[in-house]
Design a binder for this molecule. Structure first.
Ligand SMILES: Cc1cc2nc3c(=O)[nH]c(=O)nc-3n(C[C@H](O)[C@H](O)[C@H](O)COP(=O)(O)O)c2cc1C
Length: 172
């Protein structure tokens, strides 16, 4: 698929086929897209977790209110390591959230190219996720996403509204 077609056809999927597993070679290609993502000063301050284990997945799901997450065969979590991230010297601003987001976006777009559904999830309970994944205080998670094959119904949903080009873009 053409790159722009991938971007256009990606959408949030909130209904997955629970019994259709993702082939390992497809999952590896998606994870590889995250591994090679750029990061500030090339620090790569992350660990990418692909959670296939059913028991651990169900426990991760306890951190999020949407029941639909339970049907996804894989949950992706990008864990950041704050001390590894680049810091802008003058104002001490950390690159970590940007780095993690780029890695996640690489994988989300790779998944779209593979016909695998995703949904950015930020509205999880961090305290629960931290406990379930045994995260340390120097670690952090901005977003997670399910990975799975979309149901027929989810593919028929209408595209999300977007602001018009002239409203959000300025060419000066
Ligand atoms: C940073 C971020 C966090 C999001 N968090 C959630 C979330 O917690 N739960 C959810 O159902 N969707 C979440 N979304 C999905 C957005 O609602 C969705 O991307 C937006 O409505 C546009 O729809 P589309 O992804 O289908 O194009 C999130 C998206 C982003 C980019």
């Amino acid at each position: 698929m053409n790159f722009y077609d991938v971007i256009k056809q990606r959408r949030s999927i909130r209904d997955y086929l629970p019994d259709k597993k993702i082939p390992d070679e497809v999952l590896i290609r998606i994870l590889e897209a995250g591994r090679i993502a750029p990061s500030a000063a090339n620090r790569q301050p992350w660990k990418i977790m692909a959670i296939k284990d059913k028991n651990l997945r169900q426990r991760v799901c306890e951190s999020y209110k949407g029941k639909w997450l339970r049907n996804a065969p894989v949950i992706l979590v990008v864990v950041g390591y704050r001390e590894q991230a680049w810091v802008r010297p003058k104002d001490r601003h950390s690159s970590m959230e940007v780095d993690l987001t780029i890695a996640m976006d690489h994988m989300i777009l790779a998944a779209a190219a593979e016909g695998i559904g995703t949904c950015w999830i930020m509205a999880f309970d961090y305290d629960i996720l931290k406990q379930v994944l045994n995260l340390k205080d120097n670690q952090s998670v901005s977003c997670i996403t399910p990975l799975g094959y979309p149901s027929e119904r989810s593919l028929k949903e209408e595209d999300s509204f977007r602001k018009e080009f002239d409203e959000v873009v300025e060419i000066v």
